[in-house]
Design a protein around this ligand. Structure first.
Ligand code: HXC
Length: 257
């Protein structure tokens, strides 16, 4: 399948998606949304694929939502079409997605990275929510996900001033899981994704669901949700295989059942 604004390739069990609008620093327009959703639906449905990596270019993961597409819009258009609501579908992808960020991840670019399950950053990465400079605000979840990721103080300062956070600060603040040299970013992300793709598929989905539940529930409800999913995994063939393989000192062989 070919797309207009993204490149998609499979590397073993890993789907590597590269944003490809270099003329606009990978700004996210409606076509990127349509392409990305189609690619993620195909990824989720393909049993040979276990984890995705989304990356951009050396200069920009994505420099935001496409300002030129939004420039002439008024409230009625934005509200009637529930602009950006389509990205909610992206967050319903059930298999894990890693954002591999080099260069600018600004506005919608930072928000897209935060919609992924975790972010690996190159040492060149710069994160920011500069929408306030355009007299608007984050619109793809940035004010909520950034605040949950780094806490109120940093999120508020970034949203109110538009200042960027570099990779080292992003790692200290807990926005990214790790920082790697820019030259190694994609290779490292694919390696990490390959590790995930090698795990039992139902356990991968359950782990993703329960960590995400921590953002949406009280502690008591989240712990209960975790425990029930943990119990449910004991109904799978792969649980039996995984524990038997450990006892027999061999690698487990998964059926995804
Ligand atoms: C449309 C964009 C763009 C964007 C860059 N470009 N960002 N086009 N939407 N978000 C285009 C530029 O217009 C330019 O096109 C080309 O990409 C290269 O960008 P330059 O600005 O020339 O590059 P540089 O000088 O290196 O500066 C890089 C940059 C700057 C600092 C990242 O481009 C920048 O500030 N971009 C906007 C960042 C931003 O405000 N993002 C938030 C968007 S709003 P031409 O044709 O001139 O060569 C958003 C909101 C979400 O995401 C929700 C609420 C509305």
């Amino acid at each position: 399948m070919t797309y207009e604004t993204i490149l998609v390739e499979q590397r073993g069990g890993v789907t590597l998606v590269t944003l490809n609008r270099p003329q606009a620093l990978n700004a996210l327009n409606s076509q990127v949304l349509a392409d990305m959703l189609a690619a993620m639906v195909a990824f989720d449905a393909d049993p040979s694929q276990g984890c995705a990596v989304i990356t951009g270019s050396e200069k920009a993961f994505a420099a935001g939502a496409d300002i030129k597409e939004m420039q002439a819009q008024g409230f009625a258009d934005m509200y009637a079409h529930d602009f950006f609501a389509g990205w909610d579908r992206f967050t319903r992808t059930r298999k894990p997605i890693i954002a591999a960020v080099a260069g600018y991840a600004l506005g919608g670019g930072c928000e897209l990275a935060m919609m992924c399950d975790f972010i690996l950053a190159a040492d060149t990465a710069k994160f920011g929510q500069p929408e306030i400079k355009l007299a608007v605000s984050p619109g793809m979840g940035g004010s909520q996900r950034l605040t949950r990721a780094v806490g109120k103080a940093k999120a508020m300062e970034m949203c109110l001033t538009g200042r960027m956070m570099d990779a080292a600060e992003a790692e200290r603040a807990g926005l990214v899981s790790r920082v790697v040299p820019a030259a190694d970013l994609v290779e490292e992300a694919v390696k990490t994704a390959t590790t995930i793709a090698g795990m039992a598929p139902l356990a991968v989905k359950a782990n993703k669901e329960m960590v995400n539940a921590a953002f949406d529930t009280t502690l008591a409800m989240g712990v209960q949700f975790e425990r029930r999913l943990f119990h449910a995994l004991f109904g799978t063939d792969d649980q039996s295989e995984g524990m038997t393989a450990f006892v027999e000192k061999r690698q487990g062989v998964w059926t995804g059942k």
